[in-house]
Design a protein around this ligand. Structure first.
Ligand SMILES: C[S@@+](CC[C@H](N)C(=O)[O-])C[C@H]1O[C@@H](n2cnc3c(N)ncnc32)[C@H](O)[C@@H]1O
Length: 318
């Protein structure tokens, strides 16, 4: 999406109607914007956030949109009486120059588990469009992870074990095991405490996120995935939460690991690594092992999206 490839109008309706998301942006903008502020909207879509900014008192809103939906922004602004405040600009935001620096930069730049769509990288490259002491909305996103027991709730893995149209496709499973999947689960599927994987400062240059984590199980537990979600800190005390149990268009992200019936005292050690690259999706890898109560390795795993079409290959990029 970062090169603003075509997304249809219904995508924008769907986004707007994720009410918790849209209201969080509106509340944060109301809390943060001072009368006369100049606001820059990166990836303005239909212009919904630009309208909120104008309504909150902005004197000018530069609404930058790279996709064909950009043509709607001037019409929406006019129809709502903000034609003299909202300035639509069609083009790749990374290449746009503005006549002045803004006070506030806002963008719904959060993809699945924030990093998908690499919009955070686009926003980082647009940081100069607002003053050094300007405000960025959201300002940070906290990524959290926890082990989970998903079982049949992860058909993306398990369906390969079943014949399809009478044919054995079980060779497909190792391919599927190297992918991360968008899911929507309840908190009851989690089987360990959540850990902070990383905190992304929106507007800062993108980096490689990597963290080694450990969970010791205190009762017999089935484990087959790591699940990730995020909290976006919007300013003015407003947050967007996407944890298991909260319905949102983001859902959560599942990273499949081998199934283990862990016994009390056994430990899962897992390192998750995310690299934002030139693709729409970051490249994830995750590896680690299960350890018994004597700290002996029971089972090891290595998963890497770079290997999704070469699951038997020897190359391992670490
Ligand atoms: C998640 S949508 C948000 C739309 C709108 N701001 C909203 O909140 O409903 C992100 C938008 O950013 C646009 N976009 C992505 N990369 C862009 C880029 N490099 N320059 C300009 N727009 C971009 C997409 O076309 C899409 O319309």
């Amino acid at each position: 999406m970062s090169t603003a490839h075509y997304v249809g109008i219904d995508y924008h309706r769907w986004m707007m109607q994720d009410t918790k998301r849209t209201v969080a942006f509106r509340d944060a903008l109301k809390a943060v914007i001072k009368p006369g502020d100049v606001v820059v909207d990166i990836g303005a879509g239909t212009g919904i956030l630009s309208l909120f900014a104008a309504e909150a008192g902005a004197s000018k809103v530069y609404a930058i949109e790279g996709g064909p939906i950009a043509s709607i922004i001037s019409k929406v602004a006019e129809a709502n009486g903000y034609g003299d405040i909202i300035v639509p600009i069609q083009g790749d935001a990374r290449k746009v120059e503005l006549p002045e620096q803004g006070d506030i930069l806002m963008s719904d730049c959060m993809g699945h588990f924030v990093l998908s769509d690499r919009m955070i990288d686009v926003v980082a490259q647009c940081r100069h469009l607002v003053k050094e002491d300007g405000i960025v909305i959201p300002d940070t996103c906290t990524l959290e992870v926890a082990p989970a027991s998903l079982g049949p709730l992860l058909p993306q893995i398990h369906d390969w074990d079943e014949p399809m149209f009478g044919f054995d496709f079980s060779v497909g499973r190792p391919y599927a095991e190297h992918e991360a999947y968008r899911i929507q689960i309840s908190p009851g599927m989690l089987c360990g405490e959540h850990e902070v994987f990383g905190t992304i400062v929106i507007g800062a240059p993108s980096q490689v996120w990597e963290k080694k984590m450990n969970w010791t199980f205190h009762k017999p537990t089935n484990v087959d995935a790591l699940v990730g979600w995020f909290t976006a800190h919007m300013g003015g005390g407003v947050t967007i939460e996407t944890a298991p149990g909260i319905q949102s268009h983001w859902g959560q992200m599942a990273f499949p690991i081998p199934y283990l019936q862990a016994q009390p005292g056994e430990r899962l050690e897992l390192t998750l690594r995310a690299v934002v690259n030139d693709m729409d999706y970051p490249e994830y890898s995750w590896w680690g092992g299960f350890y018994d109560t004597n700290n002996e390795l029971i089972m090891e795993f290595k998963r890497d999206q770079a290997k999704r079409f070469d699951p038997d290959g020897e190359t391992w990029h670490q």
